[in-house]
Design a protein around this ligand. Structure first.
Ligand SMILES: *Cc1c(COP(=O)(O)O)cnc(C)c1O
Length: 362
C-alpha cells in the first residue's frame, strides 16, 4: 500500500494540476483486488475510476466507491438498468449505440468514445456530425469525451508520430465542439504510457486513465523508463513450499516426466499452479526466489502445483515461501521479467492472477 501511495504521488507529480488521475481498476485492479485498491485510492482522494464492464462497475460501487465510475467497454441494453441503479458512466462506443442509450429513456451519464486511429471502440473522428448528434439526445448527460492511444508505449519515430496524429485528430474534434458551443465535458486521452511519454503530447487533459503504472509496473522490461521513473511494484506473488524430496540421478518428475535428473537433486513442490494464473508456458522455464536464492521451475506446471529445483538452497522446508514476483533476501523478481519469460506483457500476467490467491493488503 505504501508503494501504491508512492506511485499515485509520482503520477500526480507528472500531471498538471488540472488533470486528475482516473485509475484503471478493471480486471480486479490488474489482479491486485479491486476492492482493496479502490478503497485505498479513495482514501488518497481519488474521485474517478474506470473499469471494463458494468458488472465490474456495479461491484466497485457496492464496495463503497462514491465518485465517477466510467465503463470503458460495451454494456448490453439488458444491463442498462445497472447503469442507472449504480450511477455508472457509460462509454458511447459508436453512433448507433448512442441511440440505444437514448432509447432507454432514463437519464444516463456518458462519455463519448472517439476512434482516432486505434479502430477498436469509438465514433470515427471523421464523423463529426455523428459525434455532435449525441448532444441532441436529451437523456444523455455527456460528461466526457475521450480517445485511446495505441502506440503510446512505442519508442520508434513511427509510433511517436502516430501518437501525435491521434492527438491532433482528437484536438480537431474538441475544437469543433467548443466552436459549436458544446461545453461542460472533460476530455481525456492518456493511459500510463501517455503520461510517461507525455512530452509527445501538446495539450493537457482533465483525466489520465492510468492502469499498469499505478501498480508500479511497466508492460515490458524497459531500462530507460525504469531509470527515469521510480515506480514501485505494489504486488508480490508468493506461495508456500509444501513438500521437499530427494531425487536420485535418472529420475523424472511431474506430468510426462518432462524433467529428468542427471545428479542427486532436491525438489520442492509449491502450492501455486496455472489455475492461479501462473502460466503453464513457464514449465521447465520460470524462476522463483527461495531463501534469497534464485531457483528454476522444473517439470510441467500443474493446475494447483509446480516444482522447483532447490538443490542449491540450504535447509529448504515445508512452509517456506517461494517468491515469484517480489523480493527475497537481496534478490528481486519483477512482473516484467516473469512476463518476458512467458512471452507476454506484465498486464496479462497480473490481470490473470486467479481468484483463489489470497490478497493480503500490507
Ligand atoms: C486499460 C485501459 C487504460 C489503462 O491503460 P494502462 O496502459 O494500463 O495505463 C486506459 N484507457 C483504456 C481505454 C483502457 O482500456
Amino acid at each position: 500500500m505504501n508503494n501504491l501511495r508512492h506511485n499515485v504521488k509520482l503520477f500526480q507529480s507528472l500531471l498538471p494540476k488540472e488533470c486528475a488521475l482516473m485509475p484503471a481498476v478493471k480486471a480486479n485492479a490488474y489482479g491486485h483486488g479491486a476492492e482493496e485498491i479502490g478503497k485505498e485510492l479513495q482514501k488518497l482522494g481519488i474521485r474517478d475510476y474506470c473499469v471494463a464492464s458494468a458488472e465490474e462497475g456495479a461491484r466497485l460501487r457496492r464496495s463503497g466507491i462514491h465518485g465517477q465510475i466510467l465503463i470503458l467497454g460495451y454494456t448490453h441494453p439488458k444491463d442498462f438498468e445497472l447503469l442507472s441503479a449504480y450511477r455508472l458512466t457509460q462509454t458511447v462506443v459508436d453512433c448507433d449505440y448512442g441511440k440505444e442509450l437514448e432509447a432507454y429513456g432514463k437519464k444516463l451519464f456518458v462519455h463519448a468514445g472517439l476512434d482516432t486511429g486505434m479502430h477498436r471502440l469509438g465514433i470515427p473522428c471523421e464523423d463529426y456530425s455523428g459525434i455532435r448528434s449525441l448532444w441532441d439526445c436529451k437523456h444523455l448527460q455527456i460528461t466526457g469525451v475521450y480517445t485511446h492511444l495505441c502506440t503510446s508505449d512505442g519508442e520508434s519515430e513511427e509510433e511517436k508520430s502516430y501518437m501525435k496524429l491521434q492527438e491532433m485528430r482528437f484536438q480537431k474534434v474538441l475544437n469543433r465542439l467548443y466552436k459549436d458551443g458544446k461545453r461542460g465535458f472533460s476530455p481525456h486521452i492518456q493511459g500510463s504510457y501517455g503520461v510517461l511519454y507525455r512530452n509527445n503530447l501538446t495539450a493537457s487533459y482533465a483525466f489520465a486513465r492510468v492502469g499498469i503504472g499505478l501498480y508500479g509496473v511497466l508492460s515490458e522490461c524497459s531500462e530507460i523508463l525504469r531509470q527515469k521513473y521510480d515506480l514501485k511494484p505494489v504486488l508480490s506473488l508468493k506461495a508456500r513450499i509444501e513438500c521437499v524430496r530427494r531425487l536420485e540421478p535418472g529420475e523424472g518428475a511431474g506430468y510426462g516426466l518432462s524433467w529428468r535428473t542427471d545428479s542427486v537433486r532436491m525438489l520442492a513442490a509449491v502450492s501455486i499452479g496455472y489455475a492461479d494464473g501462473f502460466p503453464r508456458s513457464l514449465s521447465n522455464k520460470g524462476h522463483a526466489l527461495v531463501r534469497g536464492r534464485k531457483v528454476p521451475v522444473v517439470g510441467r506446471i500443474c493446475m494447483d502445483q509446480l516444482l522447483l529445483d532447490v538443490t542449491e538452497v540450504e535447509n529448504v522446508s515445508p512452509g517456506d515461501e517461494a517468491v515469484f514476483i517480489g523480493t527475497s533476501g537481496k534478490l528481486t523478481l519483477r512482473a516484467e521479467e516473469l512476463a518476458q519469460e512467458a512471452g507476454t506483457i506484465s498486464n496479462e500476467i497480473l490481470s490473470r492472477l486467479g481468484e483463489r490467491l489470497v490478497r493480503v493488503p500490507v
